[in-house]
Design a binder for this molecule. Sequence first.
Ligand SMILES: [Cu+2]
Length: 316
Amino acid sequence: MKFVLEAMAVRKVHFIEYFPIMFKTVHHLTHAAVLLAFVLPLQGNTTWAQSELWIMRGTWNTFPDSVPALRLESDSIWTGRNAAISRPADIPSSITVHNTDSLDHLCTLIADASESTLIPAGSSAIIEMPALPLGVHRLGLVDTIGDRLGAVSMVQAGLTELTADEADLFYWNLGDWNTESIWQIDAGDYTGEGESYMPNQFTINEQSYPATTEDPNGAIEVQLGDTCWIAIANHGLMDHVLHFHGFHVLIETSTHHPERIGWSKDTVPIKRGEGMTLRLIANLPGTYPVHNHNLIAVTNAGFYPGGMITHINVQP
Ligand SMILES: [Cu+2]
């Protein structure tokens, strides 16, 4: 398994790309500033577009077993993937959440110390969100079944304004799962308290590799010279350490480590519960893997390659 992983390091580009990055950064900053000046006045209400979310129940077809799943979907159609919603930074807002499940659930902005909102089965509630600083935040269900079956979304605060072009904004909802305990939790007979947590599935936007590479929200498809942004939320119970092949990324926001803002890294730890925004300058053509550096996290139920791997594809 180790050897295959090492084979992924075929693109030995860390050195060559480092020198041009400073010049390109200046160039792209100028480019972005010009773009912003034109695009910002046109943005209007588009950042407020998502005013509703649906708690949906379905089946997550994973390998080798399928498990019951809950998601916060952007529509009342089961896709198996949690929505990402956007809001302007520093302005309080709200969202209506419809509970289509047969169980009551508790929903809240997860970092918020205020009380969660009960949404009875089959009804709806308005979740009030405080003014959020620029960055990535988490909104989701906090009752045990809602949380552990995976109904958690990210709230991108101010990122639409930051990126100017929605096509340059990608997102990764990170998850780790123990599929056996999901069955027990859903049946209400989970007695895992005090036991060690051993996840067997690892996901980006509720998908594992290779499906991750087909995800238009998560798999990065850009043109050479583009600057793009990646909004990341760690919804798992573990920390996740992502290694970028080919590129150094700039940490632009972090809920748990604001002192790391401005760091340029090829390996980025994302703590449990953390929201982070990364900026990537696509200054090299080709396809490069991004993967969790923890070996178990690049497997599907122990089979490599799988789990938390996706691609950055830069068209020349
Ligand atoms: Cu690597």
